[in-house]
Design a protein. Structure first.
Length: 595
């Protein structure tokens, strides 16, 4: 029986392999596994070739000639159609293998956290028109002056919420992410961008992803969407990032995009930073960045400098919005000491928690130069937390509070010492009002309320505890409100108005007394305009997310001194009505602390 060419080739390969195997076996290291482990099952014995009958000769084995086509009919079958190339795979079918249907995330509900994880309910914007909500977010000039409003708004934007009617889910998530970037919440913004599958990205989502990538100093996160972005935009940012992604994936022509940018724009700092980024990825020569003559720190320059480890001159941070300081506070590429100043600002804004700020100074004490000012703060903080002598702890905390010169920095120090203050038992210390303010700055209402017996009616501490108290049993009279005497003479009138507005919004004053006090203190609670109608309507519809967006719009001012008491009343009342009572109480106490 003649042997096919194919079988002859296989036999030849088998014989060649048999000759090589002994040589390979000599190079194989001795196994360190116990007997029976990693042993291969011996191959089945080869079937012997049939013995020719007496008088017949075995057919000679014909070996294939080099260059001659091999007969595969025995493998593919006799049907010519069986040998034709297979049709290209269905992209939809391939997508199911890359990301099965059960793993795909719906655009009907996008976000990071649910109610059980600290987020809001999925219907936080229930009934609101999506385009209206996007318009509110686009109009917001972040950051807002209130730490506690910022914390509540971040929670709403990051929650796993239902996409409202009238908008695409990816676009709505993009608008939320872009607002988070402007608030300084770079890490949360990036996580929200990544909560949408890339095959659902829209142009707006790609733009939001670019901003989040720059804010976190990680342009490589854009590689999965760069090709699609370049189909509709030839912006230099996408061209440069495309070159980076090609280098990282080993594709040819990686440097052509950077070369084109150099030809069109010369060697300005933006191109040099991109060139340095791509060069580092490709392990080629370093690029020197000269900041002399650079007068503005853009998001592009910040993002690429962070990605390449390039130090940015401190004076350039003064040319940008405070949000860039908040990005810096969260960037792990910076050392703890470099992040400290920005971290204080970020904590005052609510971007960093009190615990995160304490941890940062703990890391400074453990790793940084002991002679630095930041290390001295860390040592004082340790004394404030663990010293056995109460007087020494209070003295150190007072020193920490008094050191800074700016209002934001002083508020940050209250946040820094909040848990140290909560460890002290109540007493009529001279510092008791600042201890109460410190605890409430971090939301530690329970330990702060234990100081009720130490404060006098009408004092600053008494007013803050009146606002922080969650009990509805306490009611306040006209005499109570008029007894409040906190603050300096210049600020007293405004603070008393804000104290009254917050108490009225929380429902702690009888309706008749509210009207009387509104006249006494010149607070026009009856004022009606488009904004008051909108926030009252959102509260009546039980839309806490919409209420927070409108509250932020009502506080478009650099600091608390610009917040109108009439608007503050509507904000506190709307938050109280929609289940945001805790944030409303802490924000009310914050107002008295920061005015």
């Amino acid at each position: 029986m003649p042997t096919s060419r194919n079988k002859a080739a296989l036999i030849a390969l088998a014989l060649a392999g048999a000759a090589v195997l002994p040589a390979l076996a000599q190079e194989r290291p001795e196994s360190i596994l116990p007997p029976g482990f990693n042993e291969q099952t011996p191959p089945p014995a080869a079937t012997p070739a049939p013995t020719p009958a007496p008088g017949q000769q075995a057919a000679p084995v014909r070996r294939p000639v080099e260059g001659e086509p091999v007969d595969l009919s025995g493998v593919l079958g006799n049907n010519v159609a069986d040998a034709l190339p297979l049709p290209p795979p269905d992209p939809a079918l391939l997508a199911q293998y890359e990301l099965p249907a059960y793993a795909r995330r719906s655009l009907d509900r996008v976000g990071l956290v649910g109610p059980g994880e600290g987020g809001m309910a999925a219907n936080a914007f229930a009934g609101a028109n999506g385009r209206y909500l996007e318009s509110l977010m686009a109009q917001l000039d972040a950051p807002v002056p209130s730490r506690w409003l910022s914390i509540a708004l971040r929670r709403a934007l990051a929650s796993r919420i239902e996409t409202p009617a009238g908008v695409n889910g990816a676009d709505f998530a993009a608008e939320r992410a872009w607002l988070l970037v402007r608030m300084g919440e770079s890490v949360v913004a990036r996580a929200l961008v990544e909560a949408v599958d890339t095959d659902n990205y829209t142009p707006k989502m790609r733009d939001a992803a670019l901003q989040a990538a720059l804010a976190t100093g990680d342009p490589a996160m854009l590689c999965p969407i760069t090709a699609d972005a370049l189909k509709i935009s030839r912006e230099g940012a996408w061209v440069a990032i495309d070159s980076l992604c090609k280098v990282l994936s080993g594709q040819p022509g990686a440097s052509s995009g950077i070369a084109a940018l150099r030809r069109s724009r010369g060697r300005d700092v933006d191109v040099l930073l991109a060139d340095k980024l791509v060069g580092m990825a490709g392990k080629r020569g370093a690029v020197t960045i000269e900041w002399a003559g650079v007068s503005q720190l853009s998001a592009w320059r910040y993002g690429l400098a962070v990605a390449t480890g390039e130090k940015i001159p401190d004076e350039l941070f003064a040319t940008v919005s405070p949000r860039v300081q908040f990005w810096r506070a969260q960037a792990p590429m910076w050392t703890p000491r470099e992040r400290a100043g920005s971290a204080d600002f970020a904590a005052a804004q609510g971007v960093l928690s009190s615990a995160a700020l304490v941890d940062l100074y703990g890391e400074i004490e453990a790793t940084e130069d002991l002679a630095s000012a930041e290390s001295a703060i860390a040592r004082d903080l340790r004394t404030a937390y663990v010293d056995a002598d109460r007087a020494r702890r209070l003295a150190v905390m007072t020193q920490l509070w008094d050191e800074p010169t700016g209002a934001r920095a002083r508020y940050a120090r209250l946040i820094l010492t909040a848990r140290a203050a909560a460890e002290l038992p109540p007493a009529r210390d001279d510092a008791r009002e600042r201890l109460i303010a410190s605890m409430l700055s971090a939301g530690l209402a329970s330990p702060a309320l234990a100081w009720w017996s130490t404060v006098d009616r009408g004092s600053e501490g008494w007013a803050m505890l009146a606002l922080a108290d969650e009990s509805m049993d306490r009611r306040y009279s006209r005499a109570d409100v008029r007894s409040y005497r906190g603050g300096t003479a210049g600020a007293l009138a405004h603070k008393r108005q804000m104290f009254f507005a917050a108490l009225a919004g929380l429902g702690r004053i009888d309706e008749g007394t509210v009207q009387t006090l509104a006249g006494d203190l010149s607070v026009d609670l009856g004022r009606v305009d488009a904004w008051t109608r909108a926030i009252d309507r959102a509260a009546m519809a039980n839309q806490p997310g919409t209420v927070l967006l409108l509250a932020a719009l009502g506080m478009q001012t650099p600091n608390w001194h610009g917040v109108a008491p009439e608007y503050f009343y509507h904000i506190i009342a709307a938050m109280h009505r929609t289940g945001l009572d805790g944030e409303a109480r802490m924000m009310a106490a914050e107002a008295l602390t920061r005015l």
